[in-house]
Design a protein around this ligand. Structure first.
Ligand code: COA
Length: 315
């Protein structure tokens, strides 16, 4: 199978910033507790922006940076657990709003916080079978819609946003060596959806999810490196799902990753689920810290339960 590489990235976050102090005004918590336990200081929540707006602005920016025109796109996947409408999918709305070809697959994918990685792997498969060699992968969430504002265990954690990547598939390029997994569990992390009736809120056993994550992250790193035949030294940058700064700190300590080879933006955005990984990629590209030739090891985990890793290169 021919591999995919990133051509360009984009992102969009809503304007409204919610501080830890804002949350301390509505639930029994404090800036100090949230900062030390999670690393989060702010999160952005939609007020006027819709899920479709976030997707569109992130995707437009990624296309522009990639120098790719809508007619070159061969497939669109939006990874999300909070689409504005179940039908039409967020990906179909992008097809319309970006003026993409009508003879390509466009669909949403739900793998919670691992969604962007599931989508990259799926896109690699799709582009191998497509006459068009560019694909658009978006991770977008409006988690503020599913927050229970009376639950201090969860309401402090989540934010809204979208990140996007335009990828290219070329003969001879190595596969991204994706390693993906799932294990059905509705106790650790749950977002009921339609069965809830009127409103649907996230519920989570934070301690158990934390334990799952600190085992899943190194397992994914080891499995990806083994599949790709690479070592930690072959990786230019580690991109982690931003769920808790302590989970990232444990991983970088275990693999002796120096500060210049990983990045945390959780203090600004909180946990944005499927948007988390592409938001990191987009900020890193804008800062010039990754670009043509960079090899990134991307790792994520989340509800489902799901987990995954991949070795992504920049074209
Ligand atoms: N403010 C103040 N106190 C809080 C609080 C808040 N926002 N949330 C919980 N607490 C309290 C708890 O009630 C508990 O009190 P108790 O000891 O009197 O019962 C105490 O703080 C410790 O709670 P605990 O759940 O053990 O904290 P923790 O150190 O495990 O941190 C999380 C909680 C949620 C930050 C942490 O478990 C975590 O990040 N888990 C992973 C979450 C995750 O990654 N989710 C997304 C998956 S993609």
């Amino acid at each position: 199978m021919n591999g995919i590489k990133i051509r360009g990235t984009g992102r969009c976050v809503p304007k409204k910033v919610v501080t830890n102090q804002d949350l301390a005004n509505i639930v029994e918590t404090s800036d100090e507790w949230i900062t030390t336990r999670t690393g989060i200081q702010h999160r952005h929540h939609c007020v006027t922006e819709s899920h479709a707006d976030l997707c569109l602005w992130a995707a437009r920016s990624a296309l522009e940076k990639a120098g790719v025109t809508p007619d070159q796109i061969g497939a669109v996947i939006v990874a999300t657990v909070t689409p504005g409408t179940a039908c039409p999918s967020a990906a179909c709305l992008l097809q319309r709003d970006l003026g993409l070809p009508a003879d390509i697959p466009c669909f949403d994918l739900n793998a919670a916080c691992t969604g962007f990685l599931f989508a990259l792997h799926t896109m690699e498969c799709l582009l191998n079978a497509s006459p068009r060699k560019f694909g658009l992968v978006v991770g977008a969430e409006q988690l503020s819609r599913v927050i229970n504002w009376e639950d201090r265990n969860t309401c402090i954690l989540f934010g809204d946003g979208a990140g996007a990547a335009v990828v290219e598939c070329r003969e001879g390029w190595p596969s991204i060596s994706a390693v993906l997994g799932a294990k059905g569990d509705d106790e650790l992390l749950r977002l009921p959806g339609l069965e809830a009736g009127e409103r649907s809120f996230i519920a989570m056993d934070g301690k158990k999810v934390f334990k799952f994550a600190v085992e899943a992250v190194p397992a994914c790193i080891d499995a990806v490196l083994e599949k790709a035949g690479k070592t930690v030294e072959d990786v230019d940058f580690f991109v982690f799902h931003q769920a808790n700064a302590r989970i990232i700190d444990l991983a970088v300590r275990k693999y002796h990753v120096p500060p210049e080879k990983y990045y945390k933006n959780i203090s600004e955005y909180g946990n944005t689920a499927a948007a988390s990984v592409p938001l990191v990629l987009s900020e890193l590209q804008d800062q010039g810290r990754i670009g043509p030739g960079s090899r990134m090891l991307v790792v994520a985990f989340g509800g489902g339960l799901t987990w995954g890793g991949a070795l992504m290169e920049f074209a």
